[in-house]
Ligand binder design. Sequence first.
Ligand code: NAD
Length: 391
Amino acid sequence: MEHRFTYLQTCPVYFGEGSAAEAGAKMQALGCRSVLLVCDKNGAKFGLADRVRAGFRDTGITLVQFDDVSPDPADTMVDHCARIARDACLEGVVGVGGGSVLDTAKAVSVLLRNEGSVRDHMKPNLPPNPGAPLILIPTTAGTGSEVTNVGVITHTGKNLKIGVECQATLAILDPTLTYSVPPEVTAETAMDALAHAAECVTGTVANPHADTLALEAIRTILDCLPRAVADGGDAEARRGLCLASSLAGIAFSETMVHVGHAMSQGMGARLHISHGAGCALCLPAALEYTAPAVPGQLAKVAAALGLGVEEGTAPEGLGRRVADFLCAFMDRVGIRSLRERGFTREAVVACAEAAMEDFLVDYCPTPVTLENVREMYRRIYGYERKGTDNP
Ligand code: NAD
């Protein structure tokens, strides 16, 4: 590894139970007199948006709510939402929701300060002006979008998810907003964060600062996820997952993720599997694939997972060990297999071309070929749930 790197500190993070109620005061301090509140149907249904709205009551800020965000946010939906904000001359944006909502809020904040449609600002283009003041409040613990420097939007013309560069002015992490997340979404989103962390440590541009955050995120998820799934009301476990997902988000903003995420995006585009589930299922094969190139970095991941690896273990053995452990962990927290989700092996393997189109493959330390990706998809198709308790 080359010993040259950049520390990237993203936005300030305000963390704590009940902190969402302070979004109004924080927006007031940013000088905004009118704000778009972005959420989705569940944000409205579970009262999450209401808890944020309550904090605006005495601020004099005009609040307009948009609660129609769909998963894997489409460019057309983002443009529609931005039109509402532009027509009302709104000055700031608050996003309260999972990654789909936060990314929509990011893109709308860009469109409030830049002309055109969201497609005009997708990478490799960069928005000429910074976005409008933006507060992001996650209600899932996984994507880390509240602290990353990109919003991921679906380009419906190309059927690809593409980033729009943008970061929040402030992230508010209130773990109590995640208490209503059902067990399966809790597991999938937390595995997304674990994949961010593990791919960050094993990627081509890993660095010690990001490693420190990512390895702590892995240890925390390992401890907290089984508890959060078994007992959704465990406040300490929910707090740990929120913190871990933001640490992993900061870490991978510096280093990127690699082939596991590229494969997940490939399945997302073709099969519409949820982002977290795709990242979880691809992770074991992706890490095993990196073992010969970065055995030292993978050993750090193994240690964070609590795996004792004997000195002198060959990289291939280490890779196998990590992959087997992750499959058992997924089994324990209830990640359903691709077969259980109704996909055929052929349909999964056919996602390889889409995965290869993703620039993230370039961050994998072992060069990636189309045939290698097909082989990895075949392997992940072999994952089955057995109901194991203890990985
Ligand atoms: P999501 O936002 O699509 O939410 C998943 C489901 O959980 C939805 O049905 C949602 O309504 C529901 N939900 C959210 N919070 C809830 C709560 N508190 N209680 C009950 N239900 C709740 O899923 P996600 O995994 O959070 O986000 C995925 C999106 O994030 C993808 O589009 C992915 O590409 C993107 N992403 C972005 C970044 C980034 O850096 N910007 C990083 C990773 C992923």
